[in-house]
Design a protein around this ligand. Structure first.
Ligand SMILES: Cc1ncc(COP(=O)(O)O)c(C=O)c1O
Length: 389
């Protein structure tokens, strides 16, 4: 019997089969797919830094000096001066004592959660937290309790009922990756103080997007010094790859010693670290990037709403267009691609049944003309598919 084929047939029958798209260009505002130029509206390269000349040149210089692979895990032979420099600058950027780089944001969440809590503890998690948080919770062996998305009354209820645990850790995305809204962090911090819980914030989509210097959701809310564990990725606004944790010196020292996804994996290549470092420096010296990003976000949101699309109330560079039905969502995504816009259709199991959506992301490097063209295409395709009038 062919087990794999049976499972694949099931996925196809349920309309849940996924296929890869092949890009033949950089993550620019306009990309090439199947020999055709389309406007990219699905990249987390929020500040457009992955094609910035100054950053590319910094990476090339590092390759000339250090070569390609890192050759070992950080604790054996793969720890470069560049890793340490990046960690120092990330800690400064996030206003924490120290930071530690992991190979992906996913691995950062796994490594941190499996280290900081165990079977005597409880993790209290927002329902819409990212999959890597959920997997980290499973790996940690801690009790795992979920509160309804952003619902502070439910969170407090759990806090009231969970005093028997050794440690209580509230974990939340800063910006929710499929909804684009922000966690109510000031209120979460207040509850954590009241019930002596720890707080962990995964700011993968806030870093480089929110706050006046782009440090993220915590800067946006003025909560520096109040969050015990901050997670970030280097793969989105920082235009490279990797993840990181920022926090106290002791937290970072503990992770360096115990986080298995840090210890047992080859270090990120010097060129990758150089890309993050150059991006981090670039974004701090180019505040106009944030201005362009928010201009584009607002232009697109206003335009889509004027056309009659239903948007979820997001506060970030993620704009979810609610469709509901999964087939209609994928049909819209396909039709947009044919007309020249790459915008991802998101369906179960990534989001709940009946809430399938087009997840649009905007970049600082989109021009006003790009956004206007996108709106024309959304108008045409939406009318053809009878999604708008
Ligand atoms: C909230 C959140 N956390 C973590 C990750 C994982 O980060 P990475 O892609 O660097 O593994 C992502 C997205 O990929 C995310 O959206």
């Amino acid at each position: 019997m062919n087990f794999w084929n049976q499972e694949l047939s099931l996925l196809k029958a349920e309309g849940l089969h996924r296929e890869l798209k092949r890009l033949e260009s950089s993550q620019s505002p306009r990309v090439i797919i199947d020999n055709r130029e389309v406007i990219m509206l699905a990249s987390n390269n929020y500040l457009g830094l992955s094609t910035e000349q100054e950053i590319k040149e910094a990476v090339i210089r590092v390759i000339q000096k250090y070569g390609t692979g890192s050759g070992g895990s950080r604790l054996t032979t793969g720890n470069y001066d560049l890793h340490e420099q990046l960690e120092k600058e990330l800690a400064d950027f996030k206003n924490t004592e120290d930071a530690l780089v992991f190979n992906t944001g996913y691995m950062a969440n796994l490594g941190v959660l499996a280290t900081v809590v165990g079977s005597e503890d409880v993790i209290i998690s927002d329902k819409l937290n990212h999959a890597s948080i959920i997997d980290g919770c499973r790996l940690s062996k801690a009790k795992f309790l979920v509160y309804k998305h952003g619902n502070l009354a439910r969170l407090e209820n759990i806090l009231k009922r969970s005093s028997k645990y050794r440690r209580r850790l509230i974990v939340t995305d800063g910006v929710f990756s499929m909804d684009g809204d922000l966690a109510p962090l000031p209120e979460i911090v207040e509850l954590a103080e009241k019930y002596q819980a720890l707080v962990m914030v995964d700011d993968a989509h806030g870093t480089g997007v929110l706050g006046s210097k782009g440090a993220g959701t915590i800067e946006h809310f003025g909560l520096e010094g109040k969050i015990d564990i901050q997670i970030g990725t280097l793969s989105k606004a920082l235009a490279a790859e990797g993840g990181f944790v920022a926090g106290s010196k002791d937290l970072i020292e503990l992770l360096r010693n115990k986080a298995r996804s840090f210890i047992y994996s080859t270090a990120l290549a010097p060129a990758t670290i150089a890309a993050s470092l150059a991006s981090l420096r670039y974004l701090q010296s180019h505040p106009e990037l944030f201005k362009n990003l928010w201009r584009n976000v607002n232009l697109l949101k206003d335009g889509l709403e004027d056309l009659g699309y239903e948007l979820l109330p997001s506060n970030s560079a993620i704009i979810p267009i609610m469709i509901g039905d999964r087939e209609k969502t994928m049909e819209l995504s396909k039709a947009l691609l044919v007309e020249g816009v790459l915008a991802s259709g998101i369906r179960p199991p990534t989001v709940a049944e009946g809430t399938s959506r087009i997840r649009v992301t905007v970049m600082a490097s989109h021009s006003v003309t790009d956004i206007e063209e996108v709106l024309d295409i959304f108008a045409r395709v939406g009318r053809e598919l009878k999604l708008i009038r």
